[in-house]
Design a protein. Structure first.
Length: 328
């Protein structure tokens, strides 16, 4: 019961302080995974020189971690998170597209397995009517005019607008790299995808959009924006960057001769000549968390496509695409 002048009202949380605490926690998680990473590499090294080198990285990151905790006393140290065998018993979520090029499928440590399991409650498909034959035919034609062969949408229940907006932006990618549009790109709507997977690309180049995610433009925009706010995807991008991201994977499939991780290292040197750290750490801070998902850098090109063609203005994405064009 509230009694004026007697009942104490709890102070509202400081929004700025809450955001700062969240950023600090994210940085703590990153430091923990780097410590685990180099512990695993050290423990598995056969060459004594490699073992010594990895052990030095463990000590460096451990020192950074301890100093960071001293500067942020509200953070709690969890020794379990520093153990090399720690995984958090969860799975990777968000946009799990993949590629097969000179970076083999399945190779590379997933750095974010310990992140929270994400489940998104998309609108019920049964709330939407099935499109009539005329609308379906128009959608097929629209996709074809934008360089895509849309497959099997007769049973799709949902809005076409999110798909059309994505195709409009994706067309700029195909205009920029004409060889990608020599023949229509197969685009399908996946009905049995994980709720938090916005899209994925198969090794044959077929792109799947999550039908549940794309059926309602408002919900898709809101959920993608939330992921951007959490720094998972490139800042200032919208959901139209999802298809651009997948086209980045498809580009890598078409050009397996390019060393995409070395290209990223060149960009890092251009941006910061004095940077001596790992390129994966750099993109984590300067591109997106998702771009740093794998040690082999397989998600860097896709996030650069999203950032560049999505109009984010991200410096790393801009320079990466510029260098890619010069190589071609």
């Amino acid at each position: 019961m509230y009694i004026p002048g007697v009942t104490k009202v709890a102070d509202l949380p400081n929004d700025v302080e809450t955001k700062e605490h969240y950023k600090a926690e994210q940085k703590q998680r990153h430091q923990e995974l780097m410590i685990r990473k180099y512990k695993r590499l050290r423990d598995g090294a056969v060459d004594p020189v490699d073992r010594q080198r990895y052990n030095a990285r463990v000590k460096d990151w451990s020192a950074k971690h301890e100093e960071f905790l001293k500067d942020h006393p509200y953070l709690r140290k969890n020794p379990k998170r520093l153990a090399p065998e720690y995984t958090g018993n969860v799975e990777l979520s968000f946009n799990t597209g993949y590629i097969a090029n000179n970076m083999k499928l399945g190779v590379g440590e997933n750095k974010y397995k310990e992140g929270e399991i994400v489940h998104i409650d998309w609108p019920d498909r049964n709330k939407y009517p099935i499109h009539d034959s005329k609308d379906i035919e128009k959608m097929y034609i629209f996709a074809e005019e934008h360089g895509f062969s849309l497959r099997h949408i007769e049973g799709y229940r949902g809005d076409y607008e999110s798909i059309k907006e994505s195709l409009n932006v994706a067309k700029s990618v195909l205009d920029y790299f004409p060889e990608m549009g020599n023949k229509p790109i197969v685009l399908r709507l996946g009905n049995k995808m994980k709720s938090a997977d916005f899209a994925l690309t198969e090794t044959n180049g077929t792109i799947f959009l999550n039908a549940d995610a794309f059926r309602d433009r408002f919900t898709l925009a809101k959920e993608y924006s939330a992921a951007v706010d959490d720094k998972k995807f490139v800042e200032n991008t919208t959901f139209t960057g999802i298809l651009c991201h997948e086209l980045g994977h498809r580009f890598a499939l078409l050009h397996p001769e390019i060393d995409y991780l070395s290209l990223a290292k060149d960009v890092v040197n251009d941006i910061n000549l004095d940077y001596n750290g790992d390129v994966i750490d750099f993109v984590f801070e300067n591109l997106s968390q998702y771009s740093a998902s794998f040690d082999d850098g397989r998600e860097i090109i896709s996030e650069c496509f999203s950032g560049y063609f999505g109009g984010s203005g991200n410096l790393f994405a801009l320079k990466y695409i510029e260098k890619l064009v010069k190589i071609l």
